[in-house]
Design a protein around this ligand. Structure first.
Ligand code: NOJ
Length: 513
């Protein structure tokens, strides 16, 4: 299946993920809002990012931070109105930025009017909008279910938490009388509605979507063949109706997601990618202890690249709202090395808000809105040294999530004022990526060495060749490379007589001659 080439803007995109609750509060209610995001667009642009992903900001009871939608067509009032969101799109575009919303196609909140209708005992338009069995007594195969809550006879499958009933996209293999094929009217109506949702926001100025749990829509589909076919249909429609829009999947297997027509797929902290080996495990590769592993990651990554082909992109996140913060397992200097790696790899980098200043995971917090242990990665942004770190004028006890209580918590203001800060390092790396075609999202990639330390790879485009040597360990290395040092993050590097002298805890970029 071939699709249109990905939109040109993706070649140069560096995304910034904003968790709207925690970014900037302009009405002193303790929770972030659209106006706050608009006011900080110049900040994001100055860092170098030219695209945004906003976590779900639709009407919701917020039992899973907005991943439990109760109205796909209305912005959550706590963030503002649809008009405010439209203005956000326009303000971003005026700055040369693109904006992704978070599409949650797999499930809604139990509060969604579709679900309430679907629960009714008399047939109606929404009877088949969700996956229902025909008995309340029989357990659903391989699934959690809502049972005994509806007038109708049956159990409703849930996708994630038990307040998130699964929308009905049909079954790839139907094994019970109540399981509907993908082309049945119920599943077809669900797909049509999701396209309407996408069209609604794209027509308002949104540039695409991060798609939640994209690989799990069709049930009883172990090889995801049904789900792939479903997304192929959506991508064909998108190419015809919104050719400049793009989709990134939370799927974690580009051989499936990109075949389904996604433009990019995330490396995830679960699944087979070995992404956690790099940053989030007992001995991360980026620790100076030098006990980490790169080989399993690189083997998987190369397979992913092969699956992605010429046009598919792998999205490389510094973190996200579901993972612990980079700085939980790495020191400030190690985080800088991790960024030097993420920002020199091909594909599309995603920076999670606050990672650019090394915001910490806040330990021992009570769960907020279904966050559980994810809550510590979702604390309000630390802008400056004023009250609530400049996030909000509300009393501290009203903040959405308590902030990092440490006296030395990092702030944007302090780091922007300090040329040696992590913030400046991240900005420099993004600028280098944007100034050198070899480092661009689609520049070529060749692994020169990926077993232990250091990791060495080459990026190239046109006549430019850049060798990137990644050495988080505390050992120095010498490598044969001809050229000049473009940049070094960490302790330093020099090229003398065709040899790169790579200091411990350093990532060096060598412009080859
Ligand atoms: C993945 C999202 O990233 C996560 O935050 C959410 O809880 C689940 N999907 C359910 O939608």
């Amino acid at each position: 299946m071939t699709f249109s080439k990905h939109p040109e803007w993706l070649d140069h995109a560096v995304f910034y993920e904003i968790y709207p609750q925690s970014f900037c509060d302009t009405n002193a209610d303790g929770i972030g809002d659209f106006e706050g995001i608009i006011r900080k667009l110049d900040y994001v642009r100055e860092l170098g990012c030219n695209a945004l992903w906003l976590n779900p900001c639709f009407a919701s009871p917020f039992r899973d931070a907005g991943y439990d939608v109760s109205d796909y067509y209305t912005a959550a009032p706590r963030y503002g109105t649809n008009e405010d969101l439209k203005r956000l799109f326009a303000e971003a575009h005026a700055r040369g930025m693109h904006v992704f919303l978070d599409l949650v196609p797999g499930h809604t909140s139990t509060d969604h009017p579709w679900f309430r209708e679907s629960c009714k005992g008399t047939p109606n338009k929404y009877t088949d909008r969700y996956v229902w069995s025909d008995s309340v007594w029989e357990k659903l195969p391989d699934a959690n279910a809502l049972v005994g809550i509806a007038e109708r006879t049956g159990a409703c499958m849930v996708n994630f938490f038990s307040h998130q009933p699964a929308l009905n996209y049909g079954f790839y293999k139907c094994e019970k009388p109540w399981q509907q094929p993908m082309d049945a009217p119920g599943p077809q109506a669900t797909v049509a509605e999701m396209k309407r949702v996408m069209d609604f926001w794209l027509s308002m100025g949104c540039d695409g979507f991060r798609v939640d749990m994209a690989g799990s829509l069709v049930k009883n589909d172990p090889e995801r063949k049904g789900t792939i076919a479903l997304w192929q249909g959506i991508r064909r429609w998108l190419d015809e109706t919104h050719p400049d829009a793009a989709l990134v999947s939370e799927w974690g297997d580009p051989s499936q997601s990109l075949a389904g027509g996604f433009h990019m797929d995330f490396l995830l902290h679960f699944g087979p990618s070995h992404y956690n080996d790099l940053f989030r495990c007992e001995e991360p590769y980026f620790s100076t202890r030098g006990k980490g592993e790169i080989k399993p990651f690189m083997e998987h990554y190369l397979k992913y690249r092969e699956a992605a082909g010429m046009d598919g992109l792998i999205a490389f996140p510094s973190g996200n709202h579901d993972m612990s913060r980079l700085s939980r397992d790495l020191t400030r200097d190690e985080v800088a090395l991790a960024f030097a790696f993420i920002l020199t790899m091909p594909g599309v980098p995603f920076i999670y808000y606050g990672d650019e200043i090394g915001m910490r995971y806040v330990e021992n917090l009570l769960s907020v809105e279904g966050g559980y242990e994810r809550t510590g990665s979702r604390s309000p942004m630390q802008w400056d040294g004023s009250a609530n770190a400049g996030f909000s004028a509300a009393p501290p006890e009203k903040l959405y999530i308590p902030q990092d209580p440490a006296a030395d918590r990092p702030t944007v203001a302090a780091q922007m004022a300090d040329p040696a800060s992590l913030w400046h390092e991240v900005q420099t790396l993004i600028r280098l990526r944007q100034a050198h075609p070899a480092l661009d999202n689609t520049g070529r990639f060749e692994v020169l060495q990926a077993d232990g330390y250091p990791l060495v790879f080459r990026r190239s485009a046109y006549n430019e060749r850049i060798t990137v040597a990644v050495n988080p360990s505390s050992e120095a290395f010498r490598l044969a490379v001809r050229g000049t040092i473009l940049h070094a993050t960490g302790k330093g590097a020099a090229v003398k007589g065709g040899m790169l002298e790579l200091q411990p805890a350093t990532v060096a970029l060598v412009l080859e001659s």
